[in-house]
Each structure stands twice: as structure tokens, then as C-alpha cells.
Design a binder for this molecule. Structure first.
Ligand SMILES: NC(=O)c1ccc[n+]([C@@H]2O[C@H](COP(=O)([O-])OP(=O)(O)OC[C@H]3O[C@@H](n4cnc5c(N)ncnc54)[C@H](OP(=O)(O)O)[C@@H]3O)[C@@H](O)[C@H]2O)c1
Length: 394
């Protein structure tokens, strides 16, 4: 029997307000917002001030509140709030991928100890229910891979560059003007956001916690119109793709830009949309697409988690208890394109085999084989005038 929930919400920004609206409009949800905790005392709010508090303990120590919905933009503070809420016996729904990825194992243990729900569908692909599907639908399938476009900001920028021939800085500015990129876009454009998300997905797909610090991420900030021209000449598109892929007993997890054929499913995922390919031994390949950000798409995922808490739903982390789990490894072989400026740059590119090399007065590139480990150890992301991208799957 479903119970009526009293909710304490943290944050009333894009997602918090989205959730509030979605909750007002939905029918049959047995949940009410008791209090909303925010930070800035000088902000005008679109609803009565009686709904708000600035003291987190008004929610965390309120015995009538069963569920904390954490939707703030400060991952460190979010961690303290979520941890305290769980320790106080409250269920938690959160959208904060950085906070989850950085404290995953600890929070996993804590929610088990306190026997509460700890749900976070909105943290990964907003409107695409990837976590719940991995937990419930693919619970007994032997997963081979989950990969795709899981950051709307970079997809918006890359779509604009390739469609409209815009420079990176112009495309970024447009994304900021349209609200698809934050004023400080670092976590998105350098692929940290996608890395946090894929580490959460990897746990539910393969039963392995991977510390985000051990995952290779390479973003899009060094891309130039030369790379876009190369892609177009080859009938490729370019996307920031997060991978988690099992190869026998080994699991590879990484995020980097990738050329894909322009008839590939992921090529049709444009602007702020996300697209995820799931590959299982029995189910074969499925493709999910939907809005990966925004007030209502994200609010809808939070709403679905709240609904799940009303019937005491908890993730079971089934892949952790199913036979041999793969071992995380950086030794995955890949072929990359690397655009560079001067010949001396070549020494910094850790290729063990070269397949193709091109030089012109305008730009140079080299295509060769390497490993994720070699890229991670090379600190290639810090090199200016170099841009790397994964070649399409053979
Ligand atoms: N935006 C999206 O499309 C999206 C999609 C998926 C996941 N997420 C995740 O959802 C979370 C919220 O994102 P957002 O875009 O809604 O952020 P936002 O628009 O910047 O809003 C942040 C909210 O957090 C509040 N806040 C900050 N620190 C606080 C504290 N210490 N105590 C109480 N409230 C505090 C702010 O209060 P004030 O109102 O007083 O400033 C504000 O209401 C983030 O973890 C984000 O990664 C966002």
C-alpha cells in the first residue's frame, strides 16, 4: 500500500522549480512538499515565502519529513545534506552526479545500513530512465556495453559547430545565451560531467564502483574548425561519447570526442538531446533518446523517483551479486585521430602504431593506435594546439 510522503526539498533553481511545477500538475501522486531549503535570502521567489527555509536542519531534523529531495548546485554541501538525511532515517532522491560519483561506495553502504531508498535517476540522463532500466529490465542480462551522448551542453555545442560551421567559442557563447551551458562550463566541456554520469551507469550495468579519478576524460575545448572539416570530408559527425564496455573479464570506462559515421544512430541525437546505446548478450542492442537536461525533463525523472519511494522502491544493485564481476582496467586499445600544430608535438602523443599521417600548411593530423592508459598517463588534456578524437568503430 502506497503511503503519503512528506518531502523536504533542497534547492529551488532550474530543477527544483521544475519539480515543483511538475508535482502541481501531476495527478495521483501521494506526496506533498513540506519545506524548501534555499541559500540566498535576497532572491525573489515565485511562490509564497512560507514554503521556504534557510536552515537545513528545519528539514533534516523534522521527524514528519520522510523524503529529502536534494537539488542544489554545490556538490560538497549536497554530500553533507544527503549523508545526514540518510543517517536520520530519511529516504533521498538526488540529481547530483558529481556528489554521487565522488562518494558512491560510502553512500551505497550507508543507505543499506539505514534501510532507506536512495534514488538518482535524474543525475544521469535526465528524462531517459537508464538507471531503472539497468536495475530492473536488464537485471539478468549479461551486459556488454552502455555508451552514448550523456551531456547536453557539449552536444549542443558540437551540433552547432558541425551544422553551422561555428567556431568553438561562438558555439559555446550561443549555448550559454540559450541556457544550455553554464557561465562556467568547465565541468561540461572538459567531460567531467559525463565522466561522473558514466561511473554511476557502470555500477548499475556491471556491478563495479570506479573512482572518477581513475577514469580518462577528454573534452571538446581544443576542437577547431579543421577537425570539423576533417569530419565532414569523411562523412563523419563528431560527438562527445561516454563509454563503459566489458571485454571478457575487463571493464573499460572513458569519455572522449569520437567521430561517428553520419548514418549512425547517435549522429541523429542533436542539440541538448542525449542518446544511449545499451548492448546485452541476450537483448542485443537498444537505443534510448531523450532530453538530457532542463527543468521539466529533469523534474520528471525526480518525480518518478519520488513516486518509487511511495512504494518503498530501492535499487538492489543486482549486478554486484551476480557471479564474476569484471575488473576495471585502463588497458583498452583504441584508434585515435590527433590534430597537432608543429612536428615537435608528435613526441607528446602516445601512439604505439601509426596508420595515417597528413600535413598541410594549415594543419596536421596523425591517426594511430594507443591505449586509454597511455592517454591518461600522458596528461594530453593539458596540451594546447592538440585535439584528439576516437576514430569510428571498425
Ligand atoms: N539543470 C539541469 O538541467 C540539470 C539536469 C540534471 C541534473 N541537474 C543537477 O541538479 C542539481 C541542481 O541543478 P540546477 O540546474 O537546478 O541548479 P541551479 O538552477 O543553479 O539552482 C541551485 C539551487 O540550489 C540552491 N542552493 C545552493 N546551495 C545551497 C545550500 N547550501 N543550501 C540550500 N540551497 C542551496 C540555490 O539556492 P538559491 O535559490 O537561494 O540561490 C538554488 O535554488 C545539480 O546537482 C545539477 O547537476 C541539473
Amino acid at each position: 500500500m502506497n503511503k503519503r510522503l512528506n518531502i523536504g526539498v533542497f534547492g529551488f533553481g532550474c530543477v527544483g522549480q521544475g519539480l515543483y511545477d511538475v508535482l502541481q500538475k501531476t495527478r495521483g501522486m501521494k506526496a506533498d512538499i513540506t519545506k524548501i531549503c534555499v541559500k540566498n535570502r535576497n532572491k525573489n521567489r515565485p511562490i509564497s515565502m512560507a514554503n521556504f527555509t534557510y536552515d537545513k536542519n528545519d528539514i533534516l531534523n523534522n521527524p514528519d519529513i520522510d523524503l529529502v529531495v536534494e537539488l542544489i548546485d554545490d556538490a560538497d554541501e549536497a554530500y553533507h545534506i544527503v549523508k545526514q538525511a540518510i543517517m536520520n532515517g530519511k529516504s533521498v532522491v538526488t540529481a547530483n552526479k558529481k556528489m554521487i560519483a565522488e562518494h558512491f561506495e560510502e553512500l551505497f553502504i550507508l543507505q543499506k545500513q539505514h534501510n532507506v531508498s536512495f534514488l538518482y535517476e535524474a543525475s544521469c540522463c535526465a528524462s531517459i530512465p537508464i538507471i531503472r532500466n539497468l536495475e530492473e529490465y536488464y537485471d539478468n542480462d549479461l551486459m556488454s556495453a552502455v555508451e552514448g551522448i550523456i551531456n547536453g551542453t557539449t552536444n549542443y555545442i558540437l551540433s552547432n559547430m558541425i551544422r553551422n560551421n561555428l567556431s568553438y567559442s561562438t558555439a559555446l557563447q550561443q549555448a550559454q545565451d540559450c541556457g544550455f551551458a553554464e557561465s562556467n562550463p568547465y565541468l561540461d566541456v572538459e567531460a567531467f560531467d559525463a565522466k561522473f554520469k558514466i561511473s554511476i551507469i557502470a555500477a548499475h550495468a556491471f556491478g563495479v564502483f570506479v573512482n572518477p579519478k581513475e577514469i580518462f576524460n577528454y573534452g571538446i575545448s581544443k576542437i577547431s574548425l579543421h577537425d570539423i572539416r576533417y569530419a565532414k570530408e569523411k562523412n563523419f559527425d563528431i560527438k562527445l561519447i561516454a563509454h563503459c564496455r566489458r571485454n571478457e573479464e575487463v571493464l573499460g570506462v572513458w569519455v572522449m570526442p569520437q567521430f561517428i559515421h553520419n548514418d549512425h544512430k547517435l549522429s541523429h541525437v542533436t542539440n541538448e538531446y542525449n542518446g544511449v546505446l545499451v548492448e546485452g548478450a541476450f537483448s542485443d542492442k537498444q537505443f534510448f533518446m531523450g532530453k538530457g537536461a532542463g527543468a521539466y525533463p529533469t523534474g520528471s525523472a525526480v518525480l518518478s523517483d519520488i513516486s518509487a519511494v511511495t512504494y518503498n522502491y530501492k535499487y538492489e544493485y543486482k549486478k554486484f551479486s551476480q557471479g564474476e564481476r569484471p575488473e576495471y582496467s585502463l588497458h583498452h586499445e583504441i584508434d585515435i585521430y590527433c590534430r597537432y600544430h608543429v612536428a615537435s608535438d608528435l613526441e607528446k602523443i602516445p601512439l604505439h602504431t601509426i596508420h595515417e599521417q597528413y600535413s598541410s600548411r594549415e594543419y596536421n593530423y596523425i591517426i594511430g593506435s594507443t591505449t586509454i592508459a597511455a592517454l591518461k598517463n600522458s596528461s594530453i588534456e593539458q596540451l594546447e594546439n592538440i585535439f584528439i578524437a576516437l576514430m569510428p568503430d571498425r
